[in-house]
Design a protein around this ligand. Structure first.
Ligand SMILES: Cc1ncc(COP(=O)(O)O)c(C=O)c1O
Length: 403
């Protein structure tokens, strides 16, 4: 029997209630010491998060967007250079590129993984760019700009196919900055090196977001950059703090982009639970896969490539009439989302880039079909059964799949 209890798209209340005593202790410590900016709580979190990611350094900043922006700035990418990414991501990926004084170029995603398709990246680098021997640079033919970096986005908690992307980056001398904002703890099996690697350790640097709904979320804004490059970490520490390594000695112009101490303290508490929460997300995702196995093609569930161990930030399915499914589920009290409904190359903000409909067919097709179902570590099996049963009811009635 289907229960009438409402099922939120995301439950952010329960984990904070469960951890309330520890979280309150952090707040008390901050009030007692007036330690609001920098200090031991930030240091402790940075060390713990670097360890969690298997990275040498972590620099806490005030958002994932700034993490990306600061990584581009610290990497010393030549102003005006082209940065290649995907049109199927949150706009922060590309805002950071533009706001670092760089130019956005898109390549399409792979239909199975929703992450950057290395073949499309190769096609772009080989056919739309040429090596300029005089400048010693790879140049985008259309814009005559140097192509400087690539940003694979580990979307929905699954890593991009990094071996192929890193090979191309090496061949074409491109900096790789991972957008790991949705992939805390996700892993990638590098066939080349024969080892599993964590998201955040494969590029020159990686950006993480601690927006509250992320797998590791702050109780407000937060972000971090991970890197194995000491000089880069040092530069990013300066960039986030007005360009100073020592108070009032400004070697460069920087930003006010620090991670608050109290957020860092809360993140340290929550980080202790992240591995368990990620395991719970994975188990729920696999249970969704199984429960939908008899939906006879009426629904496309996420495919986890053999080379990725995803952390299911989102559980994104594809159906033919997704707005109708959303309404049907909403009537039953089930929350859903769409990540993301309009590809970036079709957003008004990027009209000036000159892309048109049809330029990225995979992105455009899936943007009209995707629906994110409830996914959070505390989702119960009863709730999940209700979501699946309601979805199947819809599919049988509207799309005509046999049960
Ligand atoms: C893929 C991706 N990149 C970047 C960001 C930016 O992170 P923030 O919201 O912390 O600035 C987000 C978060 O929403 C994201 O999902």
């Amino acid at each position: 029997m289907i229960s009438t209890v409402k099922i939120p798209f995301l439950d952010l209340v329960t984990p904070h209630q469960e951890l309330e005593p520890e979280l309150m202790a952090v707040a008390k410590k901050a009030f007692d010491t007036a330690g609001f900016i920098g200090g031991p709580m930030v240091d402790e979190f940075e060390q713990a998060f670097a360890e969690f990611c298997d990275a040498k350094y972590c620099v806490g900043v005030n958002s994932g967007t700034d993490a990306l922006r600061f990584a581009f700035l610290a990497a010393g990418i030549e102003p005006g250079g082209v940065v290649v990414t995907v049109p199927h991501t949150f706009i922060a990926t590309t805002e950071a590129i533009s706001q670092a004084g760089l130019r956005i170029a898109f390549v399409d995603i792979h239909e199975d993984t929703y992450t950057m398709d290395p073949d499309k990246l190769r096609e772009y680098l080989e056919n739309r760019c040429e090596f300029d021997a005089a400048q010693g640079k790879l140049i985008e033919k259309a814009s005559r700009r140097a192509v400087s970096a690539v940003v694979p986005v580990h979307l929905y908690g699954q890593t991009a196919d990094m071996d192929a992307i890193l090979d191309l980056a090496t061949k074409f001398n491109l900096v790789v900055i991972e957008d790991a904002c949705q992939a805390h703890g996700a892993e990638y099996f590098s066939k080349k090196d024969g080892v599993w690697k964590k998201a955040g350790t494969m590029g020159l640097a990686a950006a993480f977001s601690f927006y509250p709904g992320k797998n590791l979320g702050a109780c407000g804004e937060g972000g971090a950059i991970t890197t194995n490059n000491e000089a880069l970490a040092k530069r990013m520490r300066m960039i986030r703090d007005h360009g100073q390594a020592k108070k009032y000695y400004h070697d460069i112009e920087g930003y006010n982009g620090r991670l608050d101490s109290i957020q860092a303290g809360w993140l340290t508490v929550k980080l202790r639970h992240l591995a368990r929460w990620n395991e719970s997300r994975r188990a729920l995702a696999h249970r969704y896969h199984e429960l939908f196995a008899d939906a006879n093609g009426g629904i496309v569930v996420p495919r986890e490539a053999a080379w990725t161990k995803g952390v299911y930030h989102l559980y994104v399915v594809r159906v033919q009439d997704r707005e109708a499914l959303q309404s049907y589920l909403a009537e039953a009290g089930v929350g859903t989302g769409i990540h993301y409904p309009i590809p970036l190359h079709q957003q008004k903000a990027y009209k000036h880039l000159g892309y048109k409909a049809g330029d990225f067919p995979v992105t455009e097709r899936i943007a009209g079909e995707i629906v994110s179902l409830p996914m959070f570590p505390q989702l119960s099996h009863t709730q999940q059964d209700d979501i699946v049963n309601r979805t199947k009811e819809f599919l049988i009635a509207k799309v005509g799949i046999a049960k």
